[in-house]
Design a protein around this ligand. Structure first.
Ligand SMILES: [Zn+2]
Length: 126
């Protein structure tokens, strides 16, 4: 697999997460490479500049790899991808009901959190 054929499908601040995803891809028969993991380990403060450890696959495997990443995100209860534009640049809102119970002793507001896509602005409840 030549380096020019590789497509980055996900980046991680923690290189161990990148290697776990590499193993998950391998178990699905998708050859993958973890790039920039050494510099991310040695210089973690550089992660915002270099983007972290990258998991890359061959262009022909990108769709399958992204479906696996979606399943991983859903199984971990992560914010996941935007249902409208499929962007991974999403954030999870505050569970106000849980906070109210913790600090006030009674619930105010929803127990579910609202996710927001930073790419397209779409909002949805989780
Ligand atoms: Zn979106």
């Amino acid at each position: 697999m030549a380096a020019t054929d590789l497509v980055t499908v996900e980046t991680f601040a923690n290189p161990l997460d990148a290697h776990l995803v590499e193993l998950r891809f391998a178990s699905a028969g998708i050859p993958a490479a973890v790039l920039d993991d050494h510099i991310t380990t040695l210089q973690p403060l550089w992660v915002p500049m270099i983007g972290g450890a990258r998991v890359a696959v061959a262009a022909r495997d990108v769709d399958r790899a992204k479906r696996i990443l979606d399943r991983i995100a859903e199984s971990r209860g992560a914010v996941g991808r935007c249902p409208e534009c499929r962007s991974a640049d999403c954030r999870l809102g505050i569970r106000w009901g849980v906070l109210a119970v913790l600090f006030l002793g009674f619930p105010i507001g929803p127990f579910r959190a609202r996710s927001e896509c930073r790419a397209c602005g779409h909002r949805w409840w989780r």
